[in-house]
Each structure stands twice: as C-alpha cells, then as structure tokens.
Design a protein around this ligand. Structure first.
Ligand code: CAA
Length: 381
C-alpha cells in the first residue's frame, strides 16, 4: 500500500526548505540569474540545515530523512531558486553514490565534508563532448599504473564542476566494449592534471555553473576507484535513477512557482472591467496547470517512496521525470501567456522560470531517453 501522508520528519524537512527558500533564496533569484552568481554561501547554510545529505546516514553527518524528504526539499528549494536546487539535487545524489558504493575509507573521507558544507557541493561527470544520451560510448580512460590510475579524457556539461570538493568521474578501464569496460572514480578538487574549462553561457539556471573538465595524465591513488572495476556503468545508472527523481522534484518546484506567479498576475491585472482571473479562458489555463502539477507531484512522490522502500523504481523514476519536466514547461508556457507582453520581459519572474524549466527535459536523461527506459521495461519478457 502506497501512502502519501507525510511523516512529521518529512513535514519538518519540507518546512525547513520552504522557509529557507522564501527567506534566503527567492529574494535574490533574479539577481543570481542576471549576474550569474553561484550560491556558495547559501549552499553552506543549506548544509547547516542538514539539506546537503538528506538521505545519508547520520554516521556520516547526514540527516537520514529518506528519499521522499529529499524530493520535498528539492521541490521547495526550486520554488525559490532553480539554480540552487540543481546543485542541491546533484550533491545529494553524489553523497548517496559514495554511501552506496564507496569503501569505508571513501565514505569517511568525503561524506562528512559534503554534509557539513566543507565541500560547497559535489559533481557527477559522465557525459563527454561526443556522447550524452549514449553514455556507454564514453572515451575517457583510466589506465592502471604503479600506485594508482592515470586518467585522460574530457567531460562535458558538468554542473558546478568548478566548485565541487569531489567529482565522480566515469572512465574506461579495460578493452571490453560499451558499458562493460566502464569504472567510476572519485577525483578530489584541485587534483593535478584536472583542468576546469570555461563556464557555459546558458539560457537558464544561470546561477549554477556548467563547465567542461579535462584530465591530462591525472594521477589518482589506488583508493580512488569506487565500486568494482568494470562495474561503473551500473553505478551511473543506479545513481541516475535516483537523480531523475531529483530533477522531477526540481521541475515540480519551478512549475509550482510559475503557477504562483500566474495566479498572482491574474488576480492583479484588470481587463474588460475585471481581474483577468474572472475570465474562464484564464481559469481554464490555471486549472490545467494545477491538475497536471498535482499528477506530476504524485508520480514523483511515488517514485521517491518506491526508492525509499528499496523496491524497483527505474521505470517510475523515468515516468516521474518525463511527465514532471514536460509539465513544468507547459505550465511556464501558459503562465507566460497569462502575463501577456509583460511575461516576455525580465521584469517578471515567469521569464526566468520559463528559461530555467527548459533544461529539465534534457539533463539527467532527455525525455526521449526516459521514454526509451519506460518502453524497454514495458516490452521486456
Ligand atoms: N540500474 C542498474 N543497472 C542498469 C540500469 C539501471 N537503471 N540500466 C542499465 N543497467 C545496466 C544493465 O543491466 C546492463 O548491465 P549488464 O550488461 O550487466 O546486463 C548495463 O547497465 C548496460 O545497460 P544497457 O544495455 O541498457 O545500456 P545502453 O547502452 O543501452 O544504455 C541508457 C541505456 C538507458 C540509454 C543509458 O545510456 C542512459 O541512461 N543514457 C542517458 C544518460 C544520462 O542520463 N546522462 C545524464 C548525464 S548526467 C547529468 O545530466 C548530470 C548533471 O550534472 C545535471
């Protein structure tokens, strides 16, 4: 039986994130977007509130509050600032990777630094310039050498890779083709041979940095391998299943913020002698937004609950991601339409929300990849 009644702890996490987002994130979200300001100070405060390791055991400084609580927190943070939310979501995902696949030494070294805010954030480096959706085609190599591994190659689209205390990097460690030759490594910030490229000039999420990373004879210690040699692809896929719930949660927050803006504008703006909100054409748009966001919320919470209960959730995470991210884009479209010409200017938040929503159907697996995951699962024997 699946129940969506929130526990006291989940409500507390949600309220903590909501209060922080309202007080500290939303007021400067427009400025962060305009000037591309990375929210480093805010991320440290989020760590103090226990929100940088929500589903991490207390033994490593985590809040141990579970997957549903993580989803609720990311949604509230995104409602205030979508740029901050992507960093929170990815960092929580990386903390979970280390907890699930790391050695005791790796956990002790990194996870308390992630949860305490000593590391501003953490990154996930899978995509390469020539391959995003076809992740198993990656070309970065890690060769065994005396005392460790020599990493060479390039990664692309790495969210906050320049600010991260630790980066999980996927590389080919043997000649086996495709997914079988891939292993995962933990690379420390400032490692010799790690070169951080220039920030991408993005359409949205401008408060979050996105950089290419290059590895030139980057020497990693023996203990940098996470999981088993050749088992890295499954680590990436397992992490992305969870990460997709994070992106769905983020999109839900953006969509909710867009609906809030549309409602506010529709009640304030007058046309034909009455507020816009009195017009059925506007009410129908608001109603569609509300119905679709509610459906998206339930899909997202269901996927989160399945993961929390350690039941299979791959298909459900993809369903949540594809539906919620496409909903967020539809909601932003309608909300901007309700704003008329004003919505097309930077004076109103809906302009930024529309740009922020766009990438959610692309990163951590495009909508097409989600449909592929769902479709394959439906026809498997
Ligand atoms: N969980 C665990 N293992 C899984 C898995 C899952 N969900 N999905 C696949 N695997 C395993 C398979 O069992 C298989 O293992 P065996 O060979 O031992 O059986 C292996 O992985 C290969 O699986 P496939 O044959 O299905 O692999 P594929 O090459 O056909 O690719 C794919 C499958 C779903 C298309 C995958 O490549 C994919 O998800 N692509 C999208 C990648 C992606 O989401 N990138 C996002 C980048 S990160 C990002 O955006 C981060 C950011 O900073 C915001």
């Amino acid at each position: 039986m699946v129940s969506f009644e929130l526990t006291e702890e989940q409500q507390l996490v949600q309220q903590t994130a909501r209060d922080f987002a309202t007080r500290e994130l939303a007021p400067r979200a427009a400025e962060r977007d305009r000037q591309a300001i990375f929210p480093a100070a805010e991320l440290r405060k989020l760590a103090e509130l226990g929100l940088m390791g929500i589903n991490v055991p207390a033994a490593y400084g985590g809040a141990e509050a579970g997957v549903v609580a993580t989803s609720l927190a990311v949604t509230e943070i995104a409602r205030g600032c979508a740029s901050t939310a992507v960093t929170v979501s990815v960092s929580n995902m990386v903390a979970e990777i280390i907890c699930a696949f790391g050695t005791e030494e790796q956990k002790r070294k990194h996870v308390p630094r992630m949860t305490s805010g000593e590391y501003t954030c953490s990154a996930f480096a899978l995509s390469e310039p020539h391959c995003g959706s076809d992740a198993a085609a990656l070309r970065t190599t890690a060769k065994r050498v005396s005392g460790g591994w020599l990493l060479n190659g390039s990664k692309q689209w790495i969210s906050h890779g320049d600010h991260s205390g630790v980066i999980v990097v996927w590389a080919r460690t043997n000649d086996r083709p495709g997914a079988k030759g891939v292993s995962a490594f933990l690379v420390d910030k400032g490692a010799a041979g790690l070169i951080v490229g220039k920030h991408e000039e993005k359409m949205g999420l401008r408060g979050s940095t996105t950089v290419p990373l290059t590895f030139e004879d980057c020497l990693l210690p023996e203990g940098a391998l996470i999981g088993v040699e050749g088992g890295g692809f499954a680590v990436a896929m397992t992490a992305l299943d969870g990460g997709r719930i994070g992106v769905a949660s983020q999109a839900l927050g953006i969509g909710q913020a867009a609906l809030d803006e549309a409602r506010r504008y529709a009640t304030e703006r007058k046309a034909f002698g009455a507020p816009l909100a009195a017009l059925e054409a506007i009410q129908f748009m608001l109603a569609d937004c509300s119905v679709e966001l509610e459906a998206a919320r339930l899909l997202t919470l269901r996927a989160a609950l399945l993961k929390e209960q350690k039941r299979p959730f791959t298909r459900e995470a993809s369903m949540a991601k594809v539906y919620t991210t496409e909903t967020a884009n539809r909601v932003c479209y309608r909300a901007l339409q309700i704003h008329g010409g004003y919505g097309y200017t930077k004076e109103y938040a809906i302009e930024r929300l529309t740009r922020d929503a766009r990438v959610t159907t692309i990163y951590e697996g495009t909508s097409e990849i989600q449909r592929l995951v769902i479709g394959r699962d439906l026809v498997k024997d």
